[in-house]
Design a binder for this molecule. Structure first.
Ligand SMILES: *Cc1c(COP(=O)(O)O)cnc(C)c1O
Ligand SMILES: [Zn+2]
Length: 416
């Protein structure tokens, strides 16, 4: 059973039929982001927390009633979602916090949270009967799209526009999954504009998250899972790294759905974290002024978005939850990669740990109380981008193969 009703414009409320290739409002243009509407009344009658508990599907598709994909036949076969949520006591203690839960979305099939959106994109392209699907991306949106498209077999080709600076690990993924990769020698914005022009000219399926209304629905499964994994009792705060703003907006959307259905009563306050070298959304949030494009100066490439396109939904989520935005320096991000690794066994890429780095700052500033509980998501695996990490973690101990030489080192480390 499918509960999707239609799409509505967030600016003018105009209603559209939910065609897979309906992206923006005709009247409002780029400002006219659309939002999927569901039949909550029917959902309430036919779906419940108990029904979910009985569901044996261990992927994002366990929330199919709240997703915009009418038939299971369109879903790509990779197992996306239902990632682990850890109660990270040692890290909480180090940060001076009472309760911290961390969801590891680095274990998704292509190693980032973006798989959640790309799985929906591939399903919608198949529903539309389109054979080429394209996007511009700093890396993870692209690699997840290429992987999910490859998983459905022949018949779906991906064309990916990446900015020149995309990390090698991600580009290697793209080429491995068989995508046509166009490395645009310019900024993310220029890569985006070129992809938009090509998509328009050749009628490809558009997986640009900021305008395709279905993708944020895929991303919302991250918060649906957190809520269910926490037995419908969410902590005081949820933290997200912010680039385009789609992840944060999607997570909020998921919790709004759950509240509408009566699965949860309260929505946590949201924390958005950007890198100091590229923080247009933080600036707009604090000044109340319209968003201004900025340069992209940070090692956290997945959140280096100088001209974000989904900030409207993200700002709305922050406002509605009395949220906060904060920036972190690249040094703080690199430091958090090490702290996270050491105290949890999780390895995140720079953008993935920016959220927790921001959390650390907010605890110091007293914005997040030490007695409070927080949930965070590691949005992508550290193995995707090891260049900067290697400079931060230093060198291994170099030793000749001689146990006599090993002994003083072990003594010094207190291991013997
Ligand atoms: C895309 C991405 C983000 C940020 O998501 P937005 O929707 O762009 O705000 C954070 N971390 C990682 C690893 C990402 O790939
Ligand atoms: Zn409109």
């Amino acid at each position: 059973m499918n509960y999707m009703k239609n799409l509505t414009c967030i600016s003018c409320s105009r209603v559209y039929r939910a065609h897979p290739q309906r992206y923006l409002c005709e009247d409002c243009g780029a400002e006219g982001l659309l939002e999927v509407q569901y039949d909550y009344e029917a959902l309430k009658e036919n779906w419940s927390r108990e029904a979910l508990a009985r569901n044996t599907e261990r992927s994002m598709w366990r929330y199919a009633p709240l997703l915009p994909v009418p038939s299971p036949a369109f879903r790509p076969p990779l197992q996306v979602g239902w990632t682990p949520l850890y109660y990270t006591e040692a890290l909480a203690r180090t940060l001076g916090l009472s309760h911290l839960w961390i969801k590891d979305d680095g274990v998704n099939p292509t190693a980032s949270l973006k798989d959640r959106a790309s799985a929906v994109a591939v399903a919608k392209a198949r529903e539309a009967g389109v054979h080429v699907i394209a996007c511009s991306s700093t890396g993870n949106a692209a690699s997840s799209l290429a992987g999910n498209a490859a998983s459905v077999g022949e018949g779906l080709q991906t064309v990916i526009f990446v900015p020149g600076r995309a990390p090698q690990g991600k580009v290697a993924q793209l080429l491995t999954y068989g995508a046509l990769v166009i490395s645009v020698q310019g900024s993310y914005r220029e890569a985006h504009d070129l992809s938009a022009a090509a998509i328009h000219r050749w009628g490809w399926y558009n997986r640009n998250a900021a305008i395709n209304p279905y993708l944020v629905e895929g991303k919302k499964t991250v918060s649906l899972e957190m809520a269910e994994q926490l037995n419908w009792n969410l902590p005081d705060w949820l933290v997200f790294s912010v680039g385009d703003g789609c992840t944060l907006a999607g997570a909020y959307r998921g919790l709004k759905d759950l509240q509408e259905l009566g699965f949860i009563q309260r929505i946590p306050r949201f924390i958005g974290v950007q890198a100091s070298g590229c923080a247009p959304i933080t600036r707009a949030f604090h000044t109340g002024e319209p968003l201004q494009e900025v340069e992209e100066n940070t090692i956290a490439d997945s959140i280096a978005v100088g001209s974000p396109r989904n900030y409207v939904k993200a700002l709305r989520a922050l406002k509605d939850t009395q949220g906060v935005m904060v920036n972190v320096e690249d040094g703080e991000i690199l430091d958090m990669i090490k702290v996270l690794g050491k105290y949890t066994g999780l390895f995140g890429e720079p953008a993935a740990v920016a959220g927790v780095a921001g959390l650390k700052k907010l605890i110091h500033e007293g914005v997040v109380g030490r007695e409070q509980g927080v949930g965070a998501v590691i949005t992508g695996s550290g193995l995707k981008d090891i260049k900067n990490v290697i400079t931060a973690v230093g060198e291994p101990v170099k030793l000749s193969p001689d146990i006599g030489a090993l002994e003083p080192i072990l003594l010094e480390k207190g291991l013997i």
